[in-house]
Design a binder for this molecule. Structure first.
Ligand code: GLY
Ligand code: MN
Ligand code: MN
Length: 432
């Protein structure tokens, strides 16, 4: 079960070829007083270890043989009575297949030994100032031993350059986790459609989403849910979620759970009263057509920009039809006049982080889409009131977002089961 982590460590060390990598996990975060935020490990640390306890550091020494060493909290009965189970180094080594494990209190001393005579230090420099200082101090102490014939690493490389590229291509274990996260979030969106009605508050719908996440084992959302009724949908990062839902308004929900460290990211927009008005339907069908066009382009052989360009072409024509933009499709695209109503990009990589790691360009060219990549496809349209905007369209905000796995011969929309055609949405809401 934990083989995938050992395999990833081995692959990273193969890429390093030589040197030492140091990867601390994330610290616990104080919210206020004695209350902490829900703990979330560092994505890279977890990707390579599967170990979810705070105060842990993974050290990899590439060579023959490669070595993986974990530093973690010691067993401590007193603290375990108050705060819960700690693996301790021995059990962690056994369970997760490290070559060695030591108490975190021994980190500085052991690191100084392990760093000696390694030429290259692979480290996420700049991520955390306190860790930077600590690691550089240890390196400085190793450098002091030059007269004993011990050399400190004279090269520091950002380990994330290698890791980001690995994480961009999801392995089978990751795809399985992402499918399960997607399924739970699909259920949450269906539940929200069945629950939302005029007179309820946005936070009441949010509660339904969180309930559905949690009851399937996804304790945290992958990001703060956006539950935006009416004009609030035109605020791209609206998270107040405290307004009343009105008859005749649309409700935009952008919400996805995190499961086993993997994000899902779905947006659906539907009428609060269960029936699209003619104007809402007109705009909705344009965004949906843009989304279908973009998904069709999210296949191997196309580059990263192809889905975005496909969505833009459909939206530009739609904005002309709606009298939001004037002129030809080429003219609208060239002048950028569409940006008044569609001001974000059509997607991002998705994985352990909702905006996941991985380069979008290689040698200044948009990179090709390849088997194993996961991206979102999320066109939208946000119409604020204005003199030059038809009145019937004021305050309509729509986004439709799915999570798409690129496969060897096409793609697989992981979140496809969340209703998104007008007929599917109205049918589900009618049944509620
Ligand atoms: N929910 C964040 C995004 O869609 O990018
Ligand atoms: Mn997204
Ligand atoms: Mn989203």
């Amino acid at each position: 079960m934990f083989d995938c982590y050992a395999q990833r460590r081995a692959r990273l060390m193969d890429k390093m070829q030589h040197g030492i990598a140091i990867l601390p996990t994330a610290p616990e975060q104080r919210r206020n007083g004695d209350a902490d935020y829900s703990y979330r490990f560092d994505s890279n640390f977890y990707y390579l270890s599967g170990f979810n306890e705070p105060e842990s550091v993974l050290v990899l020494v590439a060579g023959t043989p490669h070595r993986s060493i974990l530093f973690c909290r010691d067993k401590d009965m007193e603290r375990e009575i108050w705060h819960g189970y700690r693996s301790g180094p021995d059990a962690a080594q056994e369970k997760f297949g490290f070559d060695a494990a030591y108490p975190i209190a021994q980190l500085d001393e052991k690191l100084a030994e392990l760093m000696g005579n390694q030429r290259t230090l692979f480290y996420p420099l700049g991520l955390d100032a306190a860790w930077d200082q600590r690691v550089l101090k240890i390196r400085g102490e190793v450098a002091q031993k030059a007269r004993s014939g011990i050399r400190a690493p004279d090269e520091i490389r950002d380990v994330r350059v290698l890791l980001n590229e690995m994480r961009l291509f999801k392995d089978l274990h990751e795809i399985d986790a992402m499918r399960r996260a997607a399924d739970i979030s699909v259920g949450a969106h269906r539940r929200a459609m069945q629950f939302a009605r005029p007179g309820q508050f946005e936070y009441q719908v949010e509660a339904e989403l969180l309930h559905e996440f949690c009851r399937h084992g996804a304790r945290d959302p992958a990001y703060t849910s956006i539950v935006a009724g009416g004009k609030n949908a035109c605020v791209l990062h609206y998270i107040e979620n405290n307004a009343k839902l009105h008859d005749g308004d649309l409700l935009l929900i952008d919400a996805g759970c995190e499961l086993d460290g993997y994000a899902s990211d779905i947006t659906r927009t539907f009428p609060v009263n269960g029936k699209f008005s003619a104007a809402q339907k007109h705009v909705y069908e344009i965004v949906l057509a843009a989304q279908f066009a973009a998904i069709a382009k999210a296949v191997p052989g196309n580059d990263w920009e192809a889905p975005h360009n496909a969505a833009l072409a459909v939206l530009a024509q739609g904005f002309i039809d709606l009298k939001l933009c004037q002129g030809t499709v080429d003219g609208v695209l060239e002048s950028g006049s569409y940006k008044k109503f569609y001001m974000h990009r059509t997607g991002h990589w998705l994985g352990m982080d909702v905006h996941d790691v991985g380069d979008y360009k290689i040698n200044e060219q948009w990179r090709p889409l390849e088997n194993g990549m996961v991206l979102t496809v999320e066109p939208g349209c946000y119409i604020r009131p204005g003199d030059d905007v038809p009145l019937a369209l004021w305050n309509i905000g729509i986004r439709i977002e799915d999570d798409v796995l690129v496969t060897a011969d096409g793609n697989d929309v992981l979140t496809d089961a969340a209703p998104k055609t007008v007929a599917q949405i109205e049918e589900l809401m009618r049944q509620a």
